[in-house]
Design a protein around this ligand. Structure first.
Ligand code: CP
Length: 311
């Protein structure tokens, strides 16, 4: 099983078959992460650079752990501590890193399309998108899909509701593509100021009322308000936002008894989700994080050029 691609830039480009290959590979690596010795020689001699221009806890750490569990050499470059601070451009930075012959660069950047630029100019290095502006966060959608499939077994016919700051959410865009390709229907819910008019073109149902949007949902994904991408507040106060769009015990009581609650993190407790719900029996939040390592192991393997799955 392999993917005939140099780069992993977004879910939009992938076929259902390719998503299934990534998830099957991730399931194999999930078994490795449960062993007492969590290391396999699959990527021995390969070099992975994690080039992060934005803050990250889950994505950067799990790509690093994934690479190390596969025996790759992993180097982390944070823009804050790099020559970007001296005025070097993204492209110059990436070309200089490529000159050291890494096999894969995992990149997060605040500009939509930054990873596509790197993929176009760096002919000898695979680029994996770890989140580009408000565009896509493909590894997040894949780990979300893996987490849902562990519980529901199949996604065809499920209803997914994504709630919150859709305008600025790369997680929402990648998950809309991913869940639709796997046969689910997707609803987006939020205040009009956080739902772009163009979202309807993605084939989703749009709701401005939380209870209406969550009716019949099998999966509810709560999103953080992306304050770092917002120049002026799209609602009067956080308290007001939370009252209308936050997930709490009262809202949960109206949902399906087997509903699954997800959040990509970081969570703003008491804003988009109450602590009782984030830590409660319906929550898959920490399973999502666990599965992130297996999915990123799969991506590093599938985009490394290595053909043998030595695990
Ligand atoms: N979900 C996610 O991308 O989290 P981080 O920003 O911590 O990587």
């Amino acid at each position: 099983m392999n993917l005939d691609r140099k780069d992993m830039l977004g879910i939009e480009d992938l076929s259902r078959k390719e998503i299934e290959i990534i998830l099957e590979t991730a399931n194999k690596f999930a078994e490795v992460t449960n062993r007492p010795i969590k290391k396999v020689p699959t990527l021995r001699g390969k070099t992975v650079i994690c080039l992060f221009f934005e803050n990250s806890t889950r994505t950067r750490t799990s790509f690093e752990i994934a690479g190390k569990r596969l025996s790759a050499d992993v180097v982390n470059v944070s823009a804050q501590a790099s020559s970007v601070k001296k005025g070097e451009t993204l492209l110059d930075t990436a070309k200089n890193l490529q000159a050291m012959h890494p096999d894969i660069i995992v990149c997060r950047h605040s500009s939509a399309g930054a990873c596509h630029v790197l993929a176009r100019y760096l002919k000898n290095t695979s680029i994996i998108n770890a989140g580009d502006g408000a565009h896509e966060h493909p590894s997040q959608a894949l780990l979300d899909m893996m987490t849902v499939m562990q519980v529901k077994k199949k996604v065809d016919g499920l209803k997914v509701a994504i709630v919150g700051d859709i305008t600025h959410s790369r997680v929402a865009r990648s998950n809309i593509y991913c869940f639709q390709k796997m046969g689910a229907s997707v609803a987006v819910v939020g205040p009009p100021s956080m739902l772009p008019c163009s979202i309807k073109d993605m084939g989703v149902d749009v709701y401005y009322n939380l209870k209406e949007g969550l009716k019949g949902a099998d999966i509810v994904m709560m999103l953080r308000i992306q304050q770092e991408r917002i120049s002026h507040s799209p609602f009067p106060t956080l308290r007001e936002y939370s009252r209308h769009y936050g997930l709490n015990n009262e809202t949960i009581s109206t949902l399906k008894k087997d509903v699954l609650i997800m959040h990509p993190g970081p969570v703003n407790r008491g804003v988009e989700i109450d602590p009782d719900i984030a830590d409660g029996p319906y929550s898959l939040i920490l399973s999502q994080v666990t599965n992130g390592v297996a999915v990123r192991m799969a991506l590093l393997y599938l985009f490394s050029g290595v053909k043998t799955l030595d695990i």
